[in-house]
Write a protein that binds this ligand. Structure first.
Ligand code: VGL
Ligand code: ZN
Length: 214
């Protein structure tokens, strides 16, 4: 690892059973078998050992959450609807508070803090910083409290929560690096455009962590 770890934090996004094929998750992202999760675990442990502070996000929905297709009679999973002018993808129920597959699959002791998001049944929250209703999480204040100025972001899914979290971090003034090889996307086209959009916002996208550029 080449950069000084001092003011650099890590945000591990939504590594939870429901997003993995390994745990037969309800919203399993392609390529998220046990080997992928092991790669995430190892990378996070290595960063921790090298002095980086580790932060995480955890999708944490009530059963009546607006993003679940089952809460919209007649609708199907992955349909896209408008709610009060906002685009909402309707997902299979996932990451329901207190269920087995809502657990974070990386050793919880590694984290300085895990920020839960998507708790308000009325709003989705892809970003670890704020929900679609504009309510902020504690992420920014926790990063600031720890003197973090740069963040390394990876996890699930590239085209939704990684993208939203990385972009909000950049908007909030952090220097952001996304590690593509430690992410998987829901769909190839949205993943491609997410990577483009992030680069356009000045976010560095690295293929893997062992690059000298970090
Ligand atoms: C996510 C869809 C719904 C994600 C969360 O973690 O990317 N995607 N909720
Ligand atoms: Zn969700």
């Amino acid at each position: 690892m080449v950069i000084a770890s001092g003011n650099t934090g890590v945000i591990v996004v939504d590594i939870q059973g429901d997003f993995t094929t390994w745990k037969d998750g309800s919203l399993a992202v392609d390529g998220t078998d046990s080997h992928f999760v092991e790669k995430i675990r190892k990378a996070t442990e290595t960063l921790d050992k090298n002095g980086y502070l580790i932060f995480g996000t955890q999708d944490w929905h009530p059963a009546n959450h607006v993003s679940f297709f089952t809460n919209h009679p007649g609708k199907q999973a992955f349909e896209v609807i408008k709610i009060e002018g906002k685009t909402q993808v309707l997902w299979p129920p996932h990451c329901i508070q207190g269920t087995e597959n809502a657990r974070v699959l990386v050793d919880n002791n590694l984290f300085m803090a895990i920020v839960k998001k998507g708790k308000d049944p009325r709003y989705d929250s892809y970003s670890g910083f704020q929900d679609d209703g504009g309510t902020e999480t504690e992420m920014d204040s926790i990063l600031k409290r720890n003197g973090i100025e740069k963040v390394i972001v990876y996890g699930l899914a590239t085209d939704y929560c990684v993208k939203a979290t990385a972009i909000d971090a950049a908007t909030a003034g952090y220097n952001v690096t996304v590690v593509e090889g430690l992410c998987k996307g829901v769909a190839p086209d949205t993943t491609e455009s997410a990577l483009k959009e992030m680069k356009k916002k000045g976010i560095t996208v690295l293929k893997e962590l062992n690059s000298k550029k970090i």
